[in-house]
Design a protein around this ligand. Sequence first.
Ligand SMILES: [Zn+2]
Ligand SMILES: [Zn+2]
Length: 386
Amino acid sequence: MAEQISDEVISIRRDFHMNPELGGNEFRTMDKICEYLDLWGVEYKSNVADTGVVAIIRGNKKGKTIGIRADMDALPIKEEANIEYKSLIDGKMHACGHDGHVAIALGAAKILKSMGPNLNGNIKFFFQPAEETIGGAERMIRGGCLKDPDVDYVIGLHIDTDIPTGTIGIKYGKMKASSDEITIIIKGESTHGAHPHKGIDPIFIASNLVMSLQSIVSRNISPTNSALFTIGSIHGGTKGNVIPEEVVMNGILRTLDEDTRKFMKNRIKSIIENITRGLGGNSKIIINESYGSLINDDDVVNAIRTVANRVLGNENVIIIEFPSMGTEDFSYFARSVKSCFYNLGCRNEEKNAIYPAHSSKFIIDEDCLKIGVMLQVENALELLNM
Ligand SMILES: [Zn+2]
Ligand SMILES: [Zn+2]
């Protein structure tokens, strides 16, 4: 079935690719999704979290409800890939493969709709906005997408140019990191560079902090756990002979579970406050929490692994050993119900599908789309019977 609709799924994906929209502005993408769902007679609700769509296929027999999630947004990148279906919108590009995710979910919806009456349960589809920006997943969940009927399991995939077409990468447990943006403001007392004893030097304090904050990962976190804190910007001062009043630093904290996240935040605060105070300055810390860590459920991973072994062959199912410190807002689904997120291989040297996501040259091997459709259909059926 997936083979038969392969060309259609490719052309659906190319249309989205040529018309990329940024997070929160996926209006055309939403309308197009609704057009296809109308065409195939799939029930849906649009404008969920502004530009999202929740579709449902109701089986005649009672059973579980499975959710298939596809993110919809593009990136503010000027496309430099040499392809015939290049982005028509200057400065915007589907460089993370979300166009493919939507096309795969639509293909799966078409096939599952044709099986509709025989399904022993329901399949929901979450076409989700703003993965790259404000976390559309959380907004859709708050909008009630996991309720009525209540969803038992959610699955999602991400196109991946690191692994070849025809393979998938799957991970038990912790898969992706949580993210918190931390701003540190160090207040000193401005004075002449030649008379440092008459003021308090915030640059000296900031230098101490950069070094000391790295001790948390190396000295307080178990070597077998993972966490990182990167200071990505430091601003302070105007002239070599002036000690400034203030330094502002910006950093990013990444962890893989809530306990470590909480611990890291407390240690960061404690080191900043104590060192700054000890050196005579004052500090202010602002923490902006972003996505939580993505943790897959073992039972759902096993179900998807079983399907992939059957459809792709055991040798094409890669069990990922280490988590990534990148983020993914599918984590909100995984925190709410048992879920699995996996990587769909789309690397193909002959087609130049070798560049990483978020590259202006990002190209996917479109043969991965029919594989994605086939897997999501089979996964949904497998989970209905779990
Ligand atoms: Zn991305
Ligand atoms: Zn992405």
